[in-house]
Ligand binder design. Structure first.
Ligand code: FAD
Length: 486
């Protein structure tokens, strides 16, 4: 524990953000780093609880009290080593994780939790700037080859760990650049792409090969991979978006969020865009869906110069769902005010879309919506809704972005040809903790197994799956897991 009385003396501080108006002028990150004294003070607020709930709240099992103590003592290399012992990519989670560790921080019972996520980002950026982060290729190679399919956080974490264990790792990515949703989903204002490419080039120096424009099962023969590699890790993500099949769906101006966001991520990097441009400038934009993807559409629409931005969520406002008196601090996703919300949009919960209305040329001109009332069951879960009479209305809009989540991974190509077993939700079947599919040499990690989730979970699954692959190939493994083995 850095300072015994820290939690009594200091209130939570966080790095300042550039003013909302100013940051709308660009697509770069806008959070200014902690001052040195400020981060020390924030780390001093950690109570070093006997049972560190923050640590079990973190899907990676990050050893938070220990790195907080090192930060308080300004022992940056030690702090970085503690952080990297459980998390391959703190520079990603330190920027975009919803920080379940902070929801679990005991200080949060009657004060604001420690700003763990910001501390994490500070540690890793200091470590990069001081040159502590260097390529560390394995000293001995095992002679085994593993193919990782998909280069999102799950695939990257699996590749990093398998390479560390000495296996020859090749990552296949169907896009033109590695990174998965870190690259082509999450906007630059949350995670600049130089942060992603910095890590990829480090991994290349460590001996990992990335093969882009390689769509396994489409332009890369699956049978060749099955023949050439002793094991395969599937990390293709959950990519099929939920649709909204109501009257008027074919109107021009209705797009999936990912098509819109991917184009803008490409535009920021001056990459060419093959499809018809989807742009929000001068338009009334309605975002349907209240999660992270929806927020990213809001921030992007505002930066593109939308005339107005409105977000609708069909689910009730989370407070309505609460029945029990809950003392533990929670951060319900749907109630979260993201930086994109701060930048301006109107927002409503319990709103259902009834119809898309097009003009005589087939272009979207309005959205017909209605307010709904939810029936909440005994456990506080919303189960059924009914329309509230007299609330049907039409709202002018020229662009609708569908951000209602993802259903499951794509079946055509890779999964169909592989004949891998799926679970009841359409994801690739493998037990949590085992990660092995019905095909013995094929493992799966991340959104492709657990359904749409979070970056921190993808990294955690990639790491855990890598250990299982290592055990499969070598009979045992020295790779660390979140439970601290070995
Ligand atoms: P992905 O990141 O989806 O990567 C899968 C990769 O596999 C893709 O690059 C894909 O092209 C490739 N692939 C698929 N099939 C093949 C094939 N046959 N051959 C070769 N390559 C293939 N989480 C957070 O924690 N914080 C956030 O702020 C956040 N914001 C988000 C914003 C958006 C817009 C979206 C869509 C998601 C967001 N998430 C966020 C969720 C998070 O990004 C995902 O949970 C995470 O990226 C999943 O990682 P993954 O590696 O399993 O899959």
């Amino acid at each position: 524990m850095g300072k015994v009385t820290g939690f009594l003396e200091y209130e939570r501080t966080a790095p300042v953000k550039q003013d909302a108006k100013e940051r709308l002028e660009h697509y770069n990150e806008f959070v200014v780093s902690f001052e040195q004294d400020q981060v020390k003070q924030e780390a001093a607020r950690c109570m070093d609880c006997g049972v560190p709930f923050c640590q079990s709240g973190c899907p990676l099992g990050n050893v938070i009290p220990e790195f907080n103590e090192a930060v308080y003592k300004a022992e940056w290399e030690i702090a970085a080593n503690i952080l990297l012992s459980t998390n391959n990519f703190p520079e990603f989670t330190g920027r975009i994780c919803p920080a379940p560790c902070e929801s679990a921080c005991v200080l949060g019972i009657n004060k604001s939790p420690v700003s763990i996520e910001d501390i994490e980002k500070h540690i890793i950026e200091i470590a990069f700037s001081k040159g502590y982060i260097k390529a560390e290729p394995p000293l001995i190679r095992s002679g085994k080859k593993v193919a990782v399919i998909g280069s999102g956080p799950a695939g990257l974490a699996a590749a990093a760990q398998l390479n560390k264990a000495g296996h020859e790792v090749v990552v296949y990515e169907r896009d033109d650049t590695p990174g998965g949703l870190l690259n082509y989903g999450i906007p630059d204002f949350k995670l600049q792409k130089d942060v992603v490419s910095r890590r990829i080039s480090l991994m290349e120096k460590e001996g990992i090969e990335f093969k882009c424009n390689s769509n396994v099962g489409v332009n890369v023969e699956l049978n060749t991979l099955l023949r050439e590699y002793q094991s395969i890790v599937l990390a293709g993500g959950s990519t099929i978006p939920r649709d909204l099949n109501v009257t008027g769906r074919s109107a021009r101006g209705i797009h999936y969020a990912m098509d819109f966001l991917k184009q803008q991520n490409k535009r920021v990097r001056n990459f060419s865009i093959d499809q018809e441009p989807i742009l929000a400038n001068g338009k009334d934009v309605i975002v349907i869906g209240g999660g992270d993807t929806g927020s990213d559409c809001i921030g992007t629409s505002n930066r593109q110069g939308a005339r107005s931005v409105t977000q609708f969520e069909i689910m009730p406002m989370p407070a309505q769902q609460r029945t029990a008196n809950m003392p533990w601090p929670t951060y319900p996703m749907l109630l979260k005010v993201t930086s994109s919300h701060e930048e301006g949009c109107s927002r409503a919960w319990g709103v259902n879309t009834k119809e898309f209305i097009a003009d005589e040329n087939g272009a979207l001109k309005a959205l017909k919506v209605v307010d709904v009332e939810w029936e909440i069951d005994g456990a506080g879960r919303p189960v059924n809704f009914k329309e509230i009479e007299g609330t049907t209305r039409e709202l002018p809009c020229q662009l609708v972005l569908l951000a209602m989540g993802f259903l499951y991974p794509q079946k055509e190509g890779l999964l169909e040809k592989l004949g891998v077993e799926l679970d009841g939700r359409g994801n690739v079947k493998a037990e949590e903790g085992k990660y092995q599919t019905n095909i013995a040499k094929v493992f799966v990690a991340g959104d492709m197994r657990r359904g749409q989730s979070l970056v921190v979970w993808a990294i955690s699954e990639g790491r855990e799956a890598a250990r299982k692959v290592d055990e499969y190939l070598m009979g045992s493994s020295k790779l660390a897991t979140k439970d601290g083995i070995p």
